[in-house]
Design a protein around this ligand. Structure first.
Ligand SMILES: C[S@@+](CC[C@H](N)C(=O)[O-])C[C@H]1O[C@@H](n2cnc3c(N)ncnc32)[C@H](O)[C@@H]1O
Length: 248
């Protein structure tokens, strides 16, 4: 299932600013990405020519009549493991064998990986080609890891497959590409985990009072320097309360 190419005009415009990011997601459950590709920020990024996203069905690289991609683990144990053959063939179909081109990242989704952060999303957004490997069953044969440049986890919990992890990382990455978000770089600069490393300050919209809860007076004052100072101190207060680890 290949996503549609962006209109040439928009694609050309963004090519001047940054080469289009190519994303391949390899999965044994490609249908999981159908809504994700048509209904999310990813659809918008593709339409604007900021990236292309290809969903690659691992089963196409499966072995034998039944296109087998898994087998039982040596040494015994529950469940099945993903086999080397289909994974090497699938990844090499996108980037060839051996040395990776600079700018190519191969991301293995894994609970054993380093926890994916905003800095990683920024770094993937600056790449030229990113391949996401979605595991399944009891995970990958350990030798498949040699294909990866990065092992990323999305948190200390175990999911059934890597599809949701890959989708989360693709979303966090493509929204950083130039031209994808309406507000431009300013839309992401002041967000949580931005350059100051803090969480974003609380935000409010109309009405000014709801069920007795009032919007802080300073936000209605129109005094931009006071608003900025309030936001900075609230960002720090919130971070100390919810994520003190970010201050260390
Ligand atoms: C059921 S899990 C395998 C878990 C493995 N047996 C273990 O104990 O670490 C199947 C696949 O889901 C994906 N996955 C599960 N949890 C994940 C997480 N927290 N972050 C990233 N990927 C995850 C990985 O691709 C993994 O290979």
């Amino acid at each position: 299932m290949e996503s549609k190419a962006a209109p040439l005009g928009t694609a050309f415009f963004f090519a001047i600013i940054q080469a289009m990011l190519k994303i391949d997601v390899i999965s044994v459950q490609p249908k999981m990405f159908e809504g994700f590709l048509t209904e999310s920020i990813v659809a918008r990024a593709v339409k604007k020519g900021a990236c292309e996203v290809n969903i690659v069905d691992l089963r196409e690289f499966g072995e034998g009549r039944w296109r087998k991609v898994d087998d039982s683990p040596y040494g015994g144990g529950p469940g099945m493991l993903m086999k080397c053959g289909p994974w090497f063939a699938a990844v090499e179909s996108r980037i060839g064998e051996g040395v990776r081109a600079p700018g190519t990242r191969v991301v293995m989704t894994s609970p054993a990986g380093r926890k994916f952060t905003q800095r990683d999303a920024e770094s993937l957004a600056a790449a030229e080609h990113v391949i996401f490997m979605c595991g399944h069953y009891e995970g990958f044969d350990a030798r498949i890891e040699t294909l990866a440049t990065d092992l990323f986890s999305v948190g200390d919990f175990v999911m059934t497959g890597g599809e949701l992890a890959a989708a989360a990382m693709v979303d966090a990455t493509v929204r950083l590409l130039p031209g994808v978000l309406g507000g431009g770089p300013a839309a992401t600069a002041s967000e949580s985990f931005g350059r100051d490393g803090l969480l974003e300050a609380p935000q409010y919209t109309k009405p000014p009072e709801f069920r007795g809860m009032k919007v802080p007076e300073v936000l209605l004052s129109g005094d931009h320097s006071k608003i900025e100072a309030w936001r900075k101190s609230e960002a720090r207060r919130l971070t100390e309360k919810e994520r003190p680890d970010l201050l260390r």
